[in-house]
Design a protein around this ligand. Sequence first.
Ligand SMILES: [Zn+2]
Length: 478
Amino acid sequence: MSVLEKERVEQNDPIAHLDFEPSEATQRALARHSIDHLDFPVDSQAIAISEAPEDCEIQQKAARFIGSVATSATFELKAHASRFNSLFEAMQAAYHGDPEALSLVRLNVKTDVVERTIKAGHVIEVAVNVGDNGVSHQSGQSMYSVQANALKFAAKTPQMRARTEAEVTNHFRLEHYQRTGMLEGHSFVVFSCAPDDMTAAEMKQAGFFTDTMSCSIQVTTVRNGKLVTESVFVAGIKQPGGTRHDIRAVRAIAQSFGVDFSNKSVTEMLNSPILVSNENIQNGGVDIAERFDIEVDADSGAGSRATFFGQDQKPKNYITYKTECREREAAFKPKVDAITNEIVRLYPQMRDEVHACQMLNEISGKHMIEQAIFDYSIDPQVFGYLSAEDIYRARRAMEAGEVERGLEYMYRAKQNDQSDSCPGGVSGRTSESRDDDESCTFVSKKCPKCGAKNVLTTVTATKIKGTCGCTASKSKSV
Ligand SMILES: [Zn+2]
């Protein structure tokens, strides 16, 4: 780094981070170079990116970025910004009535709600927007600012640090292959298993849900001209405390693509994305989920198929299951809207980016506990052992029509919420506000009176009311 560059970093000049933006001519040359050199080896269907000739350069760029984050006191990347540099900025604009900002906040809330409550057996699709400068944005935030915040706040232990650095490097790799056009026709696939170098307690602390030891497989490609990431969540164990099957399955999948993962640790696998020709995974992420399940079954010696998304379930049709996942997400919409409105209304209380994340985490957790009391498809354990006990009690009380008692259990469950949507996230409770709202809202799949679907329903000690307009007094359900 030159003296001038160093000064820029020290002065936290945003331009200081821009040395990884090559000129257009260099980009074209790099693109040609990578296509020349990335011929698929004869016997393999995929390319191990970390072994590609240009990966060294990409890793160096990532390392410079990681270093620059470490040296800057407050991280900002105005030059890379999408319209909003962070979720915090989007919340501010949404508070002042900006509709685009509001939809970005809502997208963040939706992802949070899904990842918080559905730990395995799910595929979620997120569009990644690429700006004119070739920089990717997700949910309206520059990926650089997302990554910088993860490095600064989430990587609290050496193990989490190594994972976060691998994820940052993967973003540089992804951007490289997006720029060179490789992702039109290929998928960039990342295997993110739960850590194999942490104790269960350390994992819980870092926000992993150890009851499922879920593995997230991210599949990114260009579809209809748009960069899209599918995150596939498969269980790494079949029951809490069971033997992990995910690491062997991922190694076998890599093997089937002609890539050797046999001696890699979980963090090394995370740091070894592969490029798979879309002809080999025509249905995208679910094709990899299916390979995963086949490997788990083969490994267990089961004569027939007994695994679905890593879970102890008879396999369903993987392609139509995608539709089921989308319907599940659609059912959460009234809750997503309620959380979005609440978080935007609270914007004036937020101190900074981290505080904004903590508040979202907390509000979303409270709302989803309310949902879990009536929505039995949510495993109460995702909120932690203590909350789960009270959620079961609240369910029983509500079923018996003892609404007041149910609300009391709900309040206790909220106080002990341990759920988290982001492993290693910035979470931590702010918990200064007692939620004195004596009501509870949940999405009712169908109103028993008028038949309206996905109705946001409010339950108080004396009354039950749906957004469809139906009301009932103190009975079991609307
Ligand atoms: Zn109704």
